[in-house]
Design a protein around this ligand. Structure first.
Ligand SMILES: [Zn+2]
Length: 284
């Protein structure tokens, strides 16, 4: 009798496991877009003066590192690619420390946990080329890369300078590429997922506006800002490619946010991300 119960329980467990595996393999298309928030780690030890702030003017000095997967009924968009390449993790659970970056979680296992391989990704959108956003860009070279011409030109210049690690995105040189010229792009043609051109931080910085059924419109802001205090003071970092352009881009996005009652998710902001469900949960 006891043995029968055990067998029945085992059969139920096996069925549930198979169902779970099927659910993951099937990658059911979302009825409307959803956003998965992936965590990569943090950046600490930054000098606030780099951002034209004094320590006491900032609520939080440290950053988080995030990446996002947008799942739309007609495809997927990876927005940013993590702070360091997954290959740098030793696999023993220890973090990867690269200068000011402490990466605690590889990206691709987080993607796999919600049922996606890099080959399942339809579009790659990088907010910009700074190395804390391009860590695993090479893994998505099979996707269509949506990039502003000015950004791509800089990335593949002979000797690009600054916060840049060309090896992390070298494979994108030959990727299917949708090149934009300081313009927006409606990714699926229905207005729900739109790349918006926001130059300034880098020559071709861009943000992603996503219209969600429940939460409303969300702007994945990349490094349009780093600290929420930049929004209220209008200050820009010392290392902007073109601070005058950043101000124009910010004004445009602030108007968009206001007109659409949108949420602005600053990618490095600790407070923004503390409030969000992290993958495998999602925002829809
Ligand atoms: Zn940046």
């Amino acid at each position: 009798m006891a043995e029968k119960h055990w067998i029945a329980a085992a059969l139920v467990a096996a069925a549930l496991a198979a169902w779970g595996a099927d659910a993951q393999r099937a990658q059911p298309a979302a009825a409307s877009p959803r956003i998965y928030v992936f965590e990569n780690g943090s950046i600490s030890g930054l000098d606030p003066a780099l951002f034209n702030f004094k320590r006491e003017e900032l609520e939080q000095v440290d950053f988080v590192d995030m990446a996002y997967l947008v799942v739309h009924p007609r495809g997927t968009v990876m927005f940013d690619a993590g702070a360091v390449p997954d290959g740098l993790f030793k696999g023993d659970g220890s973090p990867v420390v690269e200068g000011v970056v402490t990466a605690t979680k590889p990206l691709l296992p987080q993607l796999a946990a919600v049922g996606y391989k890099p080959a399942d990704i339809t579009y790659l959108v990088l907010s910009h080329y700074h190395s804390d956003h391009t860590g695993n860009a090479n893994a998505f070279a099979g996707a269509t890369w949506i990039v502003q011409k000015a950004e791509r030109d800089y990335m593949f210049a002979d000797d690009p300078q600054g916060i840049i690690q060309p090896a992390t995105y070298a494979a994108l040189r030959n990727a299917n590429t949708k090149i934009l010229s300081n313009e927006d792009f409606d990714v699926f043609g229905d207005g729900t997922v739109v790349v918006m051109s926001t130059p300034g931080h880098t020559p071709g910085h861009q943000v992603l506006a996503v219209k969600l059924a429940n939460r409303g419109t969300v702007v994945l802001a990349g490094d349009l800002y780093h600290y929420p205090e930049e929004r209220t003071t209008g200050r820009t970092p010392t290392f902007e490619f073109a601070a005058d352009q950043s101000k124009v881009s910010r004004a445009r996005i602030e108007k968009f946010v206001e007109d659409n009652h949108a949420q602005l998710w600053i990618e490095h902001d600790i407070a923004t991300h503390a409030a969000l469900p992290k993958s495998p949960q999602y925002v829809d």
